[in-house]
Design a protein around this ligand. Structure first.
Ligand code: 6PG
Length: 233
């Protein structure tokens, strides 16, 4: 049973303030408990204003490690690289930013490399923050030949390589992504979505649960932790 709570805002700016505040609190609690925090942030456009507000928070950033939930197999200085946007926001304030993408022809090998890099980090993440695509993907768990691999990878496996099919228009490239198990291992989870189309999609995915044909539905169906969903037009 998915325990989801929706939080609605009138504008992206209002949502950014609230989400940045919540994540700041998650980081502070992790620092109090363990003197270190690990947070996984989504790519795409919705999170960018939130990165800015979060990075302005006065926190002990040197004790915080930031990873992308997923990345496109592009050079780190590419405009479509997720870690590039994360690094721009969080490196200047002293956080440790760990990239997970390697530009390899074989995306499965890139998945192995991402997994190896993540195996070096203290686990689980204190936060996994997810976005949702209009095709129902989350992180880079996409419809396509690798969907089942990403969903059913064993618990010890942290990341896999994925070839979306069909390819998303905005970044038609292979990806690496946290697996469903590593997303669900997170101490806390939150989702940000914008617009009515994605809201309806997410409501349907939650309603269908395990039988959902959408990756986000299949991921959330197995979540034990309550999930905050932040929405704005
Ligand atoms: C990516 C993401 C992806 C993203 C969704 C939603 O690299 O594309 O990590 O899962 O969260 O596509 O993106 P928007 O919220 O910007 O629409």
């Amino acid at each position: 049973m998915i325990e989801a709570e929706w939080w609605e805002y009138e504008s992206p700016d209002e949502m950014a303030d609230a989400v940045a505040g919540d994540i700041g609190f998650i980081i502070e609690s992790a620092l109090d408990a363990r003197s270190a925090a690990l947070i996984a942030l989504p790519g795409g456009e919705t999170p960018k204003p939130i990165y800015g507000k979060l990075a302005a928070a006065k926190l002990k950033w040197k004790q915080v490690t930031v990873i992308p939930t997923d990345d496109r197999l592009v050079a780190v200085d590419s405009e479509t690289s997720n870690v590039r946007a994360i690094a721009q926001a969080f490196l200047p304030i002293g956080a440790r930013v760990v990239p997970i993408a390697t530009v390899l022809d074989d995306y499965r090998q890139a998945g192995n490399a991402a997994d190896a890099r993540l195996q070096d980090l203290p686990w689980p993440p204190d936060l996994v923050w997810l976005g949702v695509g209009t095709d129902g993907h989350t992180a880079s768990i996409f419809p396509g030949p690798d969907l089942q691999d990403a969903l059913d990878a064993p618990k010890a496996r942290r990341a896999v390589g994925v070839l979306p099919d069909p390819m998303p228009d905005n970044a038609p490239v292979a990806r690496v992504t946290l697996t469903r198990a590593s997303i669900l291992a997170a101490r806390t989870m939150l989702i940000t979505v914008r617009g009515d189309e994605k809201r309806e999609l997410l409501e349907l995915a939650i309603k269908d649960g395990q039988s959902s044909r959408l990756p986000i539905g299949r991921v959330l169906a197995e979540a034990d932790q309550p999930i905050d969903i932040h929405w704005c037009p």
